[in-house]
Design a protein around this ligand. Structure first.
Ligand code: NA7
Length: 536
């Protein structure tokens, strides 16, 4: 590679995960643009480069948590499990980078620290930690939605004598828990995946739970030959189904509402969904996220399962979720999470009963005393959606900082463009349905829309596109209305709302109107000559 000193390109892409890799392929190989991808990590993979904590795997099933754009790629890659583990996803993305010859245009180990638009020159200048400067008319962020680690400020962390880690910045070579007393803070999707695996290795695991959570068994397992053959024979149909669905998963959502059937029938349907496992539990009835009474039947079913699985009644009670309806926070799926609390080397600390007072050299001190620990794991989530974008210190026309424009919550058009920031495209940005969708489906749609848009501009000799403020305001209203039509806003502490990060403005960030509906809206905008955008 030699030493890179920046340079002038047609487009700069920030990030080399699922989104950045595909965007590079489209712009370079279909449009013939010169492109530089800047990636902070020392490898490709994005989210999956960093999330290497024990038990880290995708909650979407492997046969559709993958690119759909290349039949050849799909045919030559064989997944080993129903849900892909982090290492296997990294190998897949490494393969993609090699197969499409992407590496020469990706600069690793390069953290972007600033991006400013020069309206007179019509250029973005992107600066890096190493002091390089890149110029390009188009800037595309592919920085992920859940990539800015949220480490809570708990007094005394600096005094801790042991070592601590955030799950989203896990050391590349892993951590050996053998013989260690481990504390795990957080019981979202991450903590729920990690707990059973850490418990198997550690001398003792203490799980610090602030909010009890619902979880459904993943039922992970090896891909057997019959399933592999089914995937191969139904690939086109499954892809089409995922594309046409509200959430990018190729599931059939039930035609019945939960209250349309008898209690016995309902119990049998939930039991079958529980046995089959995975995120599709939500699809057992069509109205689980729409009708509070329907939701209560799902929430109650899972609460009863927790009481059935967990043998100590006090622990079962503390693990029983009561603060939010099922699936109004992103629902985790697990491999033996509740069962883990039946182990002799695992204990639960209910932080609602005994809050953390501070971290001390020996461990974590709560109102009930000190829990002695060697290792502390923060599974405390992310500054979702806006965090990774604001970290880039983006400045639009007249030096306008993105931070200022988003001071009261993100303002975008379609989650793809921001008024005041010409030629900036935000893949899976706030206001898009990305985090409510099987991510590769959302990413492919965004990257293709962006490539088509740039092709449209170039074909007409145009050099600039910018979302109009009034359409951005109207889109914000649509995002609010789409969420309000569901039960999602009922989880008052969810990261969808920004409520997990102190001081973050409260606004429901993802578009909950459905990926299929969103695709139609974006296609319509493009068909109408990029209606709502100013082109010059
Ligand atoms: P989440 O879903 O944001 O979960 C974070 C967990 O950490 C959750 O249980 C939080 O409790 C807990 N938390 C956060 N801050 C604290 C403090 N200060 N003290 C105690 N507990 C705390 O993050 P994940 O990484 O699990 O999952 C993120 C997404 O990745 C997931 O939704 C999937 O889309 C993939 P709380 O519920 O806020 O009380």
């Amino acid at each position: 590679e030699g030493e890179a000193a920046g340079g002038r390109y047609d487009a700069v892409i920030v990030g080399a995960g699922f989104a950045g890799l595909y965007q590079l392929h489209l712009l370079r190989d279909r449009l013939g643009l010169s492109v530089r991808v800047l990636e902070a990590a020392d490898g490709v993979g994005g989210t999956w480069y960093w999330n290497r904590y024990p038990g880290a795997r995708c909650d979407s099933e492997s046969y559709y948590y993958s690119y759909a754009f290349s039949r050849e790629l799909e045919a030559e890659w064989a997944w080993s499990e129903r849900y892909p583990a982090h290492g296997e996803i990294r190998r897949y993305l490494d393969h993609v980078a090699d197969r499409f010859g992407l590496r020469p245009d990706i600069q690793l180990g390069t953290r972007v620290t600033g991006a400013a638009y020069d309206a007179a020159a019509g250029l973005w200048t992107v600066t890096t930690e190493g002091g390089e400067r890149f110029e390009a008319p188009f800037l595309i962020t592919a920085v992920g939605c859940l990539s800015s680690a949220n480490v809570p400020t708990i007094p005394g962390l600096d005094d801790f004598a042991g070592s601590w880690f955030h799950t989203g910045r896990w050391p590349q070579d892993g951590i050996d828990f053998t013989g260690k007393r481990v504390g795990l803070i957080g019981t979202g999707s991450t903590g729920i995946q990690a707990a059973p695996v850490i418990a198997e290795q550690a001398a003792h695991l203490t799980v610090f739970q602030r909010t009890a959570n619902y979880s459904v068994p993943a039922r992970n397992g090896p891909m057997d030959d019959a399933f592999r053959a089914w995937v191969r024979d139904n690939a086109a149909e499954n892809r089409a189904k995922a594309r046409a669905s509200t959430n990018g998963h190729p599931f059939d959502v039930a035609v019945h509402g939960a209250l349309d059937v008898s209690p016995e029938e309902r119990a049998a349907i939930y039991e079958a969904a529980w046995q089959r496992g995975g995120l599709r539990f939500r699809a057992a009835f069509k109205d689980i996220l729409l009708d509070p009474e329907a939701n209560a039947t799902a929430s109650d079913f899972i609460r009863a399962k927790i009481r059935e699985v967990v043998t100590d009644p006090a622990t079962a009670d503390a693990l029983t979720p009561r603060d939010h309806p099922f699936a109004t926070k992103r629902p985790p799926i697990d491999s033996g999470y509740f069962e883990t609390f039946n182990r002799a080397n695992v204990s639960l600390v209910d932080l609602k009963a005994t809050p953390i007072e501070r971290i001390v050299p020996e461990g974590v001190r709560t109102a009930a005393g000190t829990h002695a620990l060697d290792i502390l794991v923060f599974a405390t989530g992310f500054d979702a959606l806006t965090g990774p974008l604001l970290a880039l210190d983006i400045r639009g026309r007249d030096g306008l900082p993105l931070k200022a424009v988003w001071a009261e919550g993100p303002r975008t058009y379609l989650g793809l463009g921001v008024p005041g920031f010409p030629n900036l495209f935000t893949i899976t940005g706030p206001g898009s349905p990305s985090v409510l969708t099987n991510m590769p489906v959302a990413i492919e749609q965004h990257a293709e829309w962006i490539a088509d848009c740039i092709a449209h501009l170039r074909a007409r000799g145009l050099g600039r596109i910018e979302a109009r403020p009034e359409v951005s305001a109207a889109w914000g209203e649509q995002v609010r209305a789409a969420a309000a039509a569901t039960l999602l806003p009922m989880a008052s502490s969810s990261w969808y709302l920004g409520a997990n990060v102190p001081g973050k403005p409260r606004a429901f960030m993802p578009y909950a109107g459905g990926m299929n509906r969103y695709r139609e809206i974006c296609d319509g905008v493009a068909r109408d000559g990029y209606a709502g955008f100013a082109l010059a």
